[in-house]
Design a protein around this ligand. Structure first.
Ligand code: ADP
Ligand code: ZN
Ligand code: ZN
Length: 820
């Protein structure tokens, strides 16, 4: 409910109280210097953190913003009070002082306008107040009322007085139903007469969340030993990890929980939250503590949700992409109210990246599960990393944060080895230099073992296939599944096992070219400097279409080469091609059919979160035998029926022009391998590659993260790359190449002035790895330095002078994780 505090037509009283308001901004508007806020007249009930609506500019266009300061005439800064406009409207949304502080840190650190950070923190549904309605509640008047009543109303009132106290407050309709022969309109009369007091309360329409329904259904039907047998006895390693976390409750500390897949990390998180709740004083509801658990969006399955609801019941709120707008709004309000006065119920939020902004008070523990996951980084403005914001929030809250993973990011890993910060480290820096507390869970829980991983050389596979074919026989098919993996799939299906197959590339073929090598025509996107991808779509008359994965332009496949009129060929890997190959190879023998017993999970086949969960539940029930997908299937899934995991190509991420290519490859192979052997059978994993000697692949096959991390950190040290150095990147984009080049050259020049003083190293300007996307040329400047502070200082200085602005033409990315 928003109240009109000042009506534009009525003369405003002389203002003495003022507010600084930072107006929220959308993602792509040009920046200006409004970060410090604009001054407005403020009514008495406006406080810092409050979301208000203010008139902007000459046309008094209304815009929403956050109050960052309240004060007297000092906020006018020379402006005459008569020229200051009053705040137009006050909304019920308020950010806590801590969240406002967090926003201002993010704005500085990630070089993004503060208004844009505010805009990101609040879900759209909260801003629009989706699904809100006002509900009236009635209660008995506390003092006797002597207004005479009609006979009908006297009887109604007598009945009301006879009701027990617990019956109130209630709604007029519910009250009428409790009484004999009393209508709702009679109840309303009693309100008018003052016998009943009415209060209105803003509520979000209750609508059920199907993920929670699934989760609760899974709990109810769960015969799994974990929940049924009561509390588990922790392993020695789990106990040690839990003790370390529990020992830091109430203070800021960063824990790295490195545990192989299935080692019981989630159990440690759950126990740590229990330990946090147990510290609360039941007699002092003002000090109830709360917890935030972040998971990668795609790992937020009914399985994850059900483990939390099984333990904490309705004290858990789940924020996920499958929520409707009003559900999202409802969950947000439940968080805000839950920890407000001790009256609400929500203590724990489980959600993806943006759940780090959940409006909980008194956060006592933050968990970032699969902390290495790249989905924690937002790839549009403000380009923040959810893990790093989590660390900052923990520091502000004064609580511990757990970063858990089977394959920790090298950023986190390096911090488990570094010395704690010196006492005089500059304030406001990310506590990256502090020593993280490392706990390791080196083995799977109980009888479960990590599966053996077999690396298969694709060159050998090709020779092998030639050997088994009769002489003179010509295979017209392209085989993405080699003989070794093919045999293993056949055996697993015969033995009633389930199969998980990973290929990190969508579509049918990513290389469309002329069959004549002398011609050399390759189908490129008209708007981007990339090749296009062929997708099969049986609903189309042409049988398929060509898409650019960067600007999403769609084209038809030419009938012949546009240059020489010869035939066209489609090459390369894609999940659709594997799908077709599986159906061809196992359709007849094992009744494998697309969409029923064979499921494909990728960005094309899964349009919504609901599609994804439906597919997973089909696989969980055993109805689907083979699950094929991109990295979507590499995370968090825990199905005991999986006996075989196959990686179609470990090379897709290896060839990326990015210094993290090896790290990504290691993570992907190790994570997907971890999906096997969740049952009694250890299962097996087969990894196909053209680079069988590659350390990332060899060490992932041995599940040896520590060796890999040491090896890779040595490489990074040698070449002066993160996490040994800090990095930031500025990308200038423009439809006119020269403009992008000039802008980048100017920024490079300005940054070079800091090279000597701050020890920056500036590389560029140079074209980005993808030099043009959506008709925009892209020129970048890369900066590395020994400390994050050096980069921050240089950027802050340029920003203050108005020389560096995050807008549609300039993208600043601090701690970039992708360098395309
Ligand atoms: P991770 O999060 O490291 O992948 P989980 O916490 O999911 O591991 O644990 C893997 C499995 O082992 C789960 O089914 C879990 O219920 C079970 N588990 C965890 N800890 C124990 C324990 N101490 N005793 C018995 N089973 C456990
Ligand atoms: Zn394109
Ligand atoms: Zn040609």
């Amino acid at each position: 409910m928003e109240s009109d505090l000042f009506h534009p037509e009525t003369p405003t009283p002389a203002m003495t109280r003022f507010a600084r308001v930072v107006v929220e901004r959308g993602i792509d508007r040009a920046g200006d210097s409004a970060d410090a806020g604009l001054t407005y007249g403020a009514p008495d009930d406006v406080h810092p953190g409050q979301r208000v609506v203010v008139p902007l500019g000459r046309g008094d266009k209304l815009a929403a913003g956050i109050v960052v300061a309240i004060g007297g005439a000092e906020l006018l800064a020379g402006l005459s009070a008569s020229r200051v406009k009053p705040i137009a409207r006050v909304t019920p949304v308020t950010l806590t002082p801590l969240i406002v502080k967090l926003a201002s840190w993010m704005s500085d650190y990630y070089v993004a306008p503060l208004g844009m950070v505010f805009g990101t923190m609040l879900p759209a549904a909260v801003k629009k107040q989706t699904g809100t309605k006002t509900r009236v509640y009635v209660d008995r008047a506390p003092v006797a009322i002597d207004t005479p009543l009609s006979k009908r109303l006297t009887s109604a009132w007598e009945q009301v007085q006879a009701l027990p106290a617990e019956a109130f407050p209630t709604t007029p309709r519910a009250l009428a139903m409790m009484l004999d022969g009393v209508t709702e309109s009679a109840v309303k009369k009693l309100i008018e007469n003052g016998h009943l007091l009415a209060t209105s309360k803003q509520e979000v329409q209750e609508s059920r969340d199907w993920l929670m329904d699934c989760a609760n259904a899974q709990n109810a039907s769960s015969t799994g030993s974990a929940q049924a047998a009561g509390p588990l006895a922790l392993t020695e390693h789990q106990t040690a990890a839990l003790d370390r976390v529990a020992g830091t409750l109430g203070t800021f500390a960063v824990h790295c929980l490195h545990g192989v897949t299935g080692s019981g990390k989630t159990e440690v998180y759950l126990r740590a939250i229990e330990a946090m709740l147990a510290r609360d004083d039941p007699h002092n509801p003002a000090h109830t503590s709360t917890a935030i658990m972040l998971v990668p969006e795609i790992a937020l399955t009914p399985q994850t949700a059900s483990r939390f609801t099984a333990r904490f019941g309705d004290r858990v709120a789940v924020l996920h992409s499958g929520l409707t707008a009003s559900q999202r709004h409802g969950q947000w309000l439940a968080c805000a109210q839950g920890s407000d006065s001790g009256g609400g119920r929500v203590r724990i939020v489980v959600g993806a990246r943006s759940a780090i902004f959940a409006p909980l008070r008194n956060v006592g523990l933050i968990v970032v599960d699969e902390e290495h996951d790249s989905s924690y980084k937002q790839d549009q403005l403000p380009r923040y990393h959810g893990r790093d914001v989590a660390i900052k929030r923990a520091q502000l809250e004064g609580c511990p944060v757990i970063l858990g993973s089977a394959t920790p990011s090298l950023e986190t890993w390096a911090n488990t080895k570094q010395a704690p910060p010196s006492a005089n480290a500059p304030a406001g820096t990310l506590p990256s230099a502090s020593k993280y507390i490392l706990s390791s869970l080196p083995a799977r829980v109980g009888q479960a073992r990590l599966p053996p991983v077999q690396i298969v050389d694709l060159a050998d596979e090709r020779r092998l296939r030639a050997l088994v074919q009769p002489e003179g026989w010509r295979d017209r098919h392209l085989h993405l599944i080699g003989p070794t993996l093919e045999d293993a799939i056949g055996q697993t299906l015969t033995g009633q096992g389930q199969v998980l197959l990973l290929l990190n590339r969508r579509g049918y073929a990513n290389y469309i070219c002329c069959t004549d090598p002398k011609c050399g025509w390759v189908m490129q996107c008209e708007h981007c400097d990339v090749t296009t991808v062929y997708h099969i779509d049986r609903r189309l008359k042409a049988g398929g279409f060509v898409r650019c994965h960067h600007c999403l332009a769609e084209l038809t496949l030419p009938a012949s080469c546009p240059d020489c009129k010869k035939t066209i060929n489609t090459f390369g890997l894609g999940t659709q091609r594997v799908e077709a190959e599986l159906e061809r190879k196992f359709g007849p023998s094992h009744a494998l059919a697309m969409g029923t017993t064979l499921l494909r999970l990728d960005g094309d086949s899964m349009q919504t979160a609901r599609d994804y969960f439906t597919a997973l539940s089909r696989f969980a029930s055993g109805q689907a035998r083979v699950l094929l997908g991109t990295q979507m299937i590499a995370k968090g899934l825990d199905y005991p029926g999986v006996r075989l995991v196959g990686v179609i190509s470990a090379d897709t991420s290896l060839s990326f022009p990015d210094f993290r290519a090896a790290e990504r490859t290691f993570q992907l192979v190790a994570q997907v391998a971890g999906r096997a052997g969740r049952g009694k059978d250890p299962g097996r994993v087969i990894v196909q590659t053209a680079n069988p000697q590659e350390p990332a692949i060899v060490l992932a096959a041995r599940h040896d993260f520590v060796r890999f991390a040491d090896f890779e950190l040595a490489q990074r040290t040698e070449s002066g790359l993160p996490p040994i150095k800090r990095m930031a990147r500025v990308v200038c984009r423009d439809v006119v190449l020269a403009k992008a080049q000039n802008a980048a050259a100017e920024i490079a020049g300005l940054l070079r002035e800091f090279e000597a003083d701050l020890g920056l190293r500036v590389v560029g300007p140079m074209p980005c790895a993808i030099a043009r996307i959506g008709d925009h040329h892209r020129i970048e400047v890369q900066v590395t330095a020994n400390s994050r502070t050096a980069i921050q200082r240089a950027f802050a200085s340029l920003r203050e002078q108005g020389l560096l602005v995050s807008d549609a033409h300039t993208a600043v990315d601090v701690d970039p994780i992708a360098l395309l």
